[in-house]
Design a protein around this ligand. Structure first.
Ligand code: HEM
Length: 532
């Protein structure tokens, strides 16, 4: 047999040549595979980032230039300074952190490796506030609990149909805001068309109205009514909890940066404070649920709490316990309240700063609703330029500039770097929205850039991700954006806007204040002048 093979392969010259060519070709293929595989293997190149000190790591660098109050700006500065725009490594306290600041790296995190980065790091405050566990959606680690809630959220609580079912609530609350602003205009005197009627000349218009607060209250009312049908439960205790979660959400508190020092939250009194807040919120939510159970027999309405209380158990893998229901309702209040009002606040600030854009968008609203006397939600789709204005605001002022932190359970490779397991990862959506490689005149407020552009915030364009992307993307954007657009259309239709005193549009202070959602540091104080 061996002799036969020998004679076939080596005695016939044509077959010998064939064999030689095949051997070279095979060796070539093997070399390519080896080279490719060696490229895929995690490199040992250290992650770029600033040098670290023992114990505190890079906390001191984060703190510089007001970094704690505006970490998205400081992190973007550091990434540029250390040539680590794609992926930057930081040691904050005892934990490894990674920050990605380019659309390409964001795509890697939220698309290519979305599953690997689908978990959330442990953050102390929500754990206590949500009843001694991550019973909610946003802070829950990736797993069965999160999957079930996320599905309930997208299919039931925040579906397009459900969002539409709350239109009457939005319209009522926005109409009330308009009435209050008209009343405020009268009180300011001298500047409104009612002033003559009332002979009210007490011109105290130096202060203007606190539009930030008024819009914040209104979006809170919309969220509360959608959640449990009434604003009665929306008292100070619940609002304080919602604000506390907002403050700690990024996980830059000492208790989150040194988790091994488990005694710290108790020692500083932080834990006790959170437990007290939780107990208060818990009893308020108990009372709301109790009242709602009997009220529903009368009004037959389906608010978010009703959907959760009456969920068909045969569709569930795990029962929806009262702890989980209360945590989800709190989260709906949090999501529905803060973010939408911040978008309205920033949009109005930018419009006031840019009178020409204000004029154009008011012309559009006037053209769409003319002499009707009111703005109907059903016709909002006509306001294409307003859409561009809102997108431009979201680009420059994403309410969650670092999104919500993610975590990888296992060691990973990202953009050629090795990311250790359990790294806390931030996507700097704020920096990405200002990346000059993607945005012409990136620092300018220029809504026209979106005219005729297909760029949207639905999680497919990684250079524009105010709602995140992938599995953990915000499920509430429809809910939020309906309120935003209706509110803005009404503010622009019913009023002209002036700044108090001698303040010039170009000098309007735009300093930010960091939390779960980034708002203005100083409330937006303006004078509404009724036009309809
Ligand atoms: C309109 C303004 C809003 C903005 C800008 C916004 C932004 C965000 C962002 C950036 C995230 C994190 C995404 C990520 O990690 O990739 C998020 C998550 C989330 N948002 Fe929103 N949001 C808004 C409105 C809402 C509303 C109205 C609700 C509910 C009523 C809501 C509920 C949630 C929930 C439950 C999550 C957690 C999702 C998860 O972890 O699976 N959001 N949002």
């Amino acid at each position: 047999m061996a002799a036969t093979i020998n004679s076939i392969f080596f005695n016939d010259p044509s077959i010998g040549l064939l064999t030689f060519t095949a051997t070279i070709f095979t060796a070539f293929l093997i070399t390519i595979v080896i080279v490719r595989n060696s490229k895929k293997r995690p490199t040992t190149v250290p992650l770029p980032g600033p040098w670290k000190l023992p114990v505190i790591g890079n906390l001191h660098q984060l703190a510089m230039n007001g970094g704690y109050s505006q970490p998205h700006r400081r992190l973007s500065e550091l990434a540029r300074q250390y040539g680590a725009a794609d992926v930057m490594s930081l040691q904050l306290g005892e934990l490894p952190h990674v920050v990605v600041s380019t659309p390409e790296a964001a795509r890697q995190v939220m698309k290519t490796h979305d599953l690997a980065f689908a978990s959330r790091p442990a953050i102390f405050a929500p754990y206590i506030l949500y009843g001694g566990g991550y019973n909610d959606i946003a802070f829950a680690p990736y797993g069965e609990h999160w999957r079930q809630l996320r599905k309930i959220c997208t299919v039931e609580l925040l579906s397009a149909k459900r969002v539409q079912s709350f239109r009457w609530i939005r319209e009522e609350e926005v109409a009330k805001l308009v009435v209050r602003l008209r009343e405020a205009a009268v009180e300011l005197g001298g500047r409104s068309k009612y002033a003559d009627l009332l002979n009210n000349n007490n011109n105290n218009s130096d202060e203007g109205v606190d539009l930030s607060r008024m819009v914040g209250e209104m979006t809170g009312f919309v969220a509360a009514r959608a959640a449990f049908g009434t604003i009665r439960g929306l008292n100070q205790a619940l609002l304080t909890i919602v604000e506390t979660i907002s403050d700690v959400v990024a996980g830059f508190r000492i208790s989150d940066l040194y988790p091994s020092l488990t005694f710290l939250p108790a020692l500083t009194g932080f834990k006790g404070k959170l437990e007290k807040m939780h107990q208060e919120a818990d009893s308020i939510l108990d009372a709301i649920i109790h009242e709602r159970k009997s009220q529903r027999q009368i009004d037959h309405k389906d608010y978010l709490i009703d959907v959760l209380l009456n969920f068909d158990p045969s569709q569930l893998r795990f029962p929806l316990t009262m702890k989980v229901i209360k945590a989800v309702i709190l989260e709906m209040l949090l999501g529905g309240n803060d973010t939408s009002s911040k978008i309205v606040e920033w949009t109005m600030s930018e419009l006031i700063k840019h009178p020409k854009v204000m004029q154009n968008v008011q012309d559009e609203v006037k053209q769409a609703f003319g002499e009707k006397g009111n703005v109907e939600e059903a016709s909002l789709h006509q306001l294409k330029y307003l859409d561009c204005v809102i997108k431009e605001t979201l680009r420059l002022h994403p309410p969650g500039p670092l999104l919500l932190p993610r975590e990888n359970d296992e060691k990973m490779e990202l953009c050629g770097y090795e990311i250790p397991a359990k790294t806390k990862l931030f996507v700097n959506a704020w920096a990405i929205g200002r990346d000059p490689r993607y945005w012409d005149k990136a620092e300018e407020f220029y809504p026209e850039r979106f005219i005729g552009s297909s760029t949207d915030y639905k999680g497919n364009d990684f250079h524009f991700i105010p709602f995140g992307a992938g599995r953990r993307m915000c499920p509430g954007y429809d809910f939020g954006m309906e309120v935003v657009k209706l509110t803005l259309a009404n503010l622009l239709y019913h009023f002209r806007w002036e700044l108090p005193g001698d303040l010039k549009p170009e000098s309007l202070d735009m300093t930010e204040c960091f939390g779960a959602s980034v708002g203005r540091k100083y409330a937006l104080r303006v004078i509404p002048v009724p036009v309809q």
